[in-house]
Write a protein that binds this ligand. Structure first.
Ligand code: GCU
Length: 399
């Protein structure tokens, strides 16, 4: 308990320091003049295949193609949860990713699915990758707990209270009733039980089994597998990849390489996500590759990049993206995400989308195809965030 209290005090102190920096940086609610913006993409020379290749070689490592995906088990846990609002199911997806030599040997992961009972026809699904195991993300009886080591966010555990206090109550569990009540289905997976989020266990697995891919790439692959499985079900018509922070990175990467994913909500995805890698404040490329060597390829360095994260966003065009941010989250660099969105906008426009039309950071336009959301506060998922996410969903995927 004392250890956790000391950690909590350290985080609070760090937050206080970083907030001063960011408040200064964004006090006028506009991108700071000193920051170097990425040049807007020239559509006439934008080469999708070359950008995909560069992103794999320079940033993320290889991403497999789908190979085979089958629903090897489907268990209806309860046909009437949340006062009859939804059906709760647990599906096992058996996958065999393909790195170019044909599908590998199979492995599997679990996806929990909540679908609205009163739908008139097929509905969009929000697919989530989460920090917490499925039974914590969806706190309803009957969901399988992961085997082996896992990060427990169980309701009354000390970790859960500390976690929720600093990162907001919605970091663990999204507002399920609101999501289902608005007519969307929700599919979640705990990615760490597929590729662990720990360098010492992930790296040998990635080298030995997944062609030296990296965790962000394999988590992106999971989004694709989920999208594929969901689209084989007549109850669903669209898939939107949602992720906070590290899973915002995997959600963007997944949609950039898989156009069956119809939209992205990437909240505070930061370095290696929506924020420009070059010349960024907050987390540098050198820091992220040192702290998380299992996330990116070892050759990810700021000096050698021939592309930047606006190219990643442009690959998703014209499909809608929501970029979530918080003013004091200097580590994630909200301004870098805004500048990336701006630089990707010509590609969106060329494909018939709006891209980003906001001219300043606080100008939230949910119907933009790159909608930029920023709120006060720090890193996490708080009660103000989901209304913004759902406004974006309604604007692009509502009836
Ligand atoms: C760390 C990491 C970030 C990441 C974040 C998260 O802070 O440095 O890059 O986005 O964890 O996933 O919450």
């Amino acid at each position: 308990v004392w250890f956790l209290i000391i950690i909590a005090l350290c985080i609070a102190a760090l937050n206080a320091c970083s907030s001063t920096r960011v408040l200064m940086q964004t006090a006028d609610n506009k991108p700071s003049a000193k920051r170097t913006a990425a040049p807007a993409i020239d559509v006439s020379t934008f080469d999708t295949a070359a950008v995909k290749q560069a992103l794999q070689t320079e940033v993320y490592g290889p991403i497999p193609s789908l190979g085979t995906v089958t629903i090897s088990d489907r268990r209806v846990i309860n046909e009437s949860v949340l006062n009859g609002l939804a059906t709760l199911e647990e599906l096992t997806l058996t996958v065999a990713p393909d790195f170019g030599d044909g599908p590998q040997s199979e492995d599997s992961f679990i996806m929990v699915l909540l679908s609205p009972n009163d739908a008139d026809g097929p509905v969009p699904v929000i697919m989530m990758e989460t920090f917490c195991p499925n039974h914590d993300t969806i706190p309803l009886p009957g969901i399988t707990k992961p085997t082996g080591d896992y990060f427990s966010c169980d309701g009354d555990g000390m970790m859960s209270s500390v976690f929720g206090f600093f990162f907001g109550r919605y970091i663990t569990t999204p507002p399920i009733e609101d999501i289902l009540g608005r007519g969307y289905a929700l599919a979640t997976t705990y990615s760490s039980s597929y590729v662990p989020d720990r360098a010492s266990t992930a790296l040998p697995l990635l080298r030995g089994r997944y062609n030296n891919a990296r965790a962000i790439g394999m988590w992106a692959y999971q989004f694709s597998a989920m999208s594929h499985a969901l689209k084989s079900d007549v109850r669903f018509n669209k898939t939107v990849a949602y992720g906070h922070s590290r899973y915002g990175k995997s959600a963007l990467f997944a949609a950039a390489f898989d156009d069956t994913i119809d939209g992205v909500i990437a909240h505070q995805s930061g370095t290696g996500g929506a924020s420009l890698s070059k010349g960024k404040p907050g987390e540098t490329v050198a820091q992220i590759t040192e702290g998380y060597p299992h996330w990116f390829t070892a050759s990810y360095t700021e000096d050698t990049l021939t592309i930047d994260q606006h190219h990643l966003l442009a690959l998703i065009a014209p499909r809608p993206i929501l970029l979530g941010n918080a003013r004091r989250d200097v580590w994630s660099d909200p301004e870098g995400a805004f500048l990336a969105a701006k630089a990707a906008t010509p590609v969106y426009k060329a494909k018939g989308g709006k891209g980003l039309s906001a001219t300043k950071l606080g100008d939230f336009k949910p119907a933009d195809s790159i909608a930029y959301w920023i709120r006060p506060g720090t890193h996490g998922v708080v009660k103000e965030d989901w209304p913004g996410f759902l406004a974006f969903m309604d604007a692009h995927f509502g009836d």
